[in-house]
Design a protein around this ligand. Sequence first.
Ligand SMILES: [Zn+2]
Length: 411
Amino acid sequence: MHSSPSGNQLERVADGARRRTSASAVMRTVLEDGPVARSSIARRTGLSPASVTGHCAQLARLGLLREAPEALRTNGVGRPHIPVDLDDSRFLAGGVHVAVPYTTVALLGLRGQVVAQRRLTHRDGATEPGRILARAAEGLGALRAAQDPRATLLGVGLATGGWVDRAQGTVVEHPMLGWRDVAASELLGGLTGLPVHVDAHSRALANGERLFGITRGDRSSLHLFIGNVVDAAFATGDGVHHGPRSQAGAIAHLPVERGTVACPCGRTGCLQAEVSEQTLCRRAYEAGIVPAPSDPLLVLAAAEAGDRRAVRLLLERARLVGRAAALLLDVLNPDTVVITELGVIHRQDCLAALREEVAARTSAVVDVERTVVPTSFPAAEILAVAGGSVVLDVLYRDPLGVLESVTDDSR
Ligand SMILES: [Zn+2]
């Protein structure tokens, strides 16, 4: 029998939704400004002081917030303002990033800081999803066992390249891994007993930068991820754009002028084929720069050791990425363009070459030094941050919902 909900029921649902949104706004403000006085949170969020006090009390009961030790400091007269801050002693977020040659597992704190991580090489290049996810679950378990047993794991975020459907929790297609319609959230959830959220790595990093990194407070940002897989993400202050079935940001087959590499799609000169790590390694190997076409870090090491051919390869790659960045900059006109690419992260000359290319090609009026920047995360932590940011993004969007799901599961 179907019956319409009463006015009271509707009011309760609406009230619950308002409460969750407000809790999210309070958490975001404390993340950005903490330790911060409740009165400042009220000003920033537009919530009433009474409502902020209520939310802070609830979030403190749940273990997400605490009163800051600076509480005793007063500025002279009146009652001391006791600031609140994140309590990052009680919870951890799990992160998994699946790259073509290896998987990274990690634990992160609420501020996006990497607490522990481990790299699991894909033995013999085997990338069968069941095997990869089982090893990831095992790796996470080992990291977890080395932490304070009282800390609660909030869930696991899984990031990878290719087409990832966040709403369905699936990796729709990742040709380089050979994955197709992999129910990653369900599989890894079954293995870990935790809620698992999935997203594409460029979108995951866009969320990482938006929450913990260089684009905090920006109205809009564009993120380019250049690894073996090449993709983009566009974020506004409210979140990252996903598009229908999370297909936004697929720039692998963006045409590059004078490109020469054959792409699996049948054309020549697609961006991913031109700039992927595989292509960089192959070119370096063919030029006799590295002993095997296996690891892009070898190319970087050769450049750092003064091999001019290696430097040239990295500069060429940076310029190609610059062309793509200029094109996307014209379309989206974001406040900031964040680049995650090996050369640009490690070498000033690569960053300069990329900026020069952007400046020469964009028709937008921009200060490239300020607009085009490398990722703000340390190179050794980028993949860990990508994985963990998937679940931390969910936490900051709906802290009450995430905590409910964890307590339900532990019952
Ligand atoms: Zn192509």
